[in-house]
Ligand binder design. Structure first.
Ligand SMILES: CSCC[C@H](NC=O)C(=O)O
Ligand SMILES: [Zn+2]
Ligand SMILES: [Zn+2]
Length: 421
């Protein structure tokens, strides 16, 4: 019966959530084996495992279309999760406990193991409803490693592979974020992350002395300047001028200084000769990265105050044509209407497309000019990704399967004009 099938889908979601794939040492063989078996339990799906990096497999699931020369659809889910602190959870983070009211607690419940299972359950339902279902376009799902740490051994390598090029991807769907209201959210771009380290050197000396140009003084001045910038950006958000994801964030993530005293503490009567601060900086695709670089060089880490800095750019801001990395959500992108109509056909509604405040693997697709949207069908749901007590309601999970049934059917049967660039 339908009721039993729904229970089974929830059970499979729980089973997948019980596989611990948290960093820093995710074991990818277990989720690959689970998903591979699940895909093989559904008629007509083919699977392949790629080892682009040793111990970091990537699973591909394919349903061939009747016109295999048309660009294909690719649905993505990363297999890894961020760590969890079990002591701070009300249920163990890899237990996938379901409470009376249907909440399933697990690290990864929202980010993004829900969509991993929903894609397959949607295909299962489509095939059960019509055993002869054959899409026009080929539909692929990829399950990738390492998204949470930047995707360098995952999606970044995959898009360079021959297997990927042969797939001729025309449209890409990746994870999004929960919405706390009745509409689903959809994301057409990500912010790009920079790791910024600013370092100060200065005159060392006795802890009792007052003098100019100590490393600490130099660094603290910079920290104040960055904090002021952060405050100004945040004020734009608080005043409702721009959303969170359209300002530049510069959040301090560590401070490092002091002269070790040998017992794990610091010598309190030493003014150190070096000090540094680390920042997580995120840039919306709409900003000019060179302007920020200039500001960092002139104001945040000026050489005149013995400061140096180092930026590690963790993702591109411009595509291969030099344009800001974003997917059009208007009539210039034929996939947009197909996607939107499919959501509406399933009874859902989309809120205004947004830029994602954080970063996903979708940037590797967009960089190539492949239209890519971030979408996780979770509405009326608290946003709990990377938080303690991450959970998702069974009813929301099941509703998401229905949404993907509609999306997969519509995207895969769309025959219109759709080039990759
Ligand atoms: C260096 S890319 C990091 C990707 C990561 N993604 C999800 O949280 C993020 O911090 O946004
Ligand atoms: Zn994620
Ligand atoms: Zn995440």
């Amino acid at each position: 019966s339908q009721k039993q099938e729904q229970l089974d889908a929830v059970t499979r979601f729980q089973q997948y959530l019980r596989i611990n794939t948290a960093h820093p040492n995710p074991d990818y063989s277990a989720p690959v084996s689970y998903l591979n078996d699940l895909a093989n339990s559904i008629p007509n799906l083919r699977t392949r495992t790629l080892y682009l990096t040793p111990n970091k497999p990537l699973l591909l699931v394919t349903l061939y279309g009747s016109k295999p020369l048309l660009p294909s659809i690719l649905l993505n889910s990363h297999m890894d999760s961020v760590p969890a602190e079990p002591a701070k959870w009300s249920h163990p983070p890899f237990s996938a406990v379901k409470t009376e009211d249907g909440k399933i607690f697990a690290r990864g419940a929202q980010d993004d193991k829900c969509i991993a299972i929903q894609y397959l359950e949607a295909l299962r339902n489509i095939m059960e409803e019509d055993p002869f279902f054959k899409p026009v376009r080929t539909v692929h799902i990829c399950y990738v490693p390492d998204e949470e740490i930047g995707g360098f051994d995952g999606m970044a390598k995959f898009v360079e592979s021959d297997e990927f090029k042969e797939m001729n991807v025309g449209f890409f769907l990746d994870e999004g974020q929960a919405s706390t209201n009745d509409k689903y959210r959809v994301f057409y771009a990500d912010r790009s992350p920079w790791n910024l380290v600013i370092k100060a050197v200065g005159v060392p000396g006795h802890g009792s002395r007052m003098y100019d140009n100590s490393a600490m003084e130099n660094l603290m001045k910079s920290v104040e300047v960055v904090s002021k910038f952060r405050e100004n950006q945040f004020d734009l958000v608080k005043a409702g001028v721009l959303p969170n994801s359209e300002v530049i964030s510069a959040n301090p993530v560590y401070l490092k200084a002091g002269t070790p005293s040998g017992d794990g503490n610091f010598a309190m009567n030493m003014q150190p000769s070096e000090a540094e601060a680390g920042y997580d900086v995120r840039l919306p695709p709409t900003v000019d990265p060179d302007l920020l670089k200039k500001r960092i060089a002139e104001e945040w880490a000026p050489a005149t105050r013995n400061m140096t800095y180092h930026i590690i750019e963790k993702g591109p801001l411009r595509d291969i044509m030099g344009r800001p990395i974003m997917t059009a959500t208007n009539e210039s992108n034929p996939w947009w209407a197909v996607f939107k109509d499919a959501i509406e056909a399933s009874g859902g509604e989309l809120s205004k497309p947004e830029i994602l405040a954080s970063t996903t693997d979708a940037r590797y697709m967009r960089r190539l000019g492949i239209p890519a949207l971030g979408f996780s069908p979770m509405k009326n749901t608290p946003i709990l990704l990377h938080d303690h007590n991450e959970h998702l309601k069974d009813t929301v999970f099941l509703e998401g399967i229905k949404v993907y049934e509609s999306i997969i059917k519509s995207l895969s049967s769309f025959e219109g004009r759709a080039q990759t660039i």
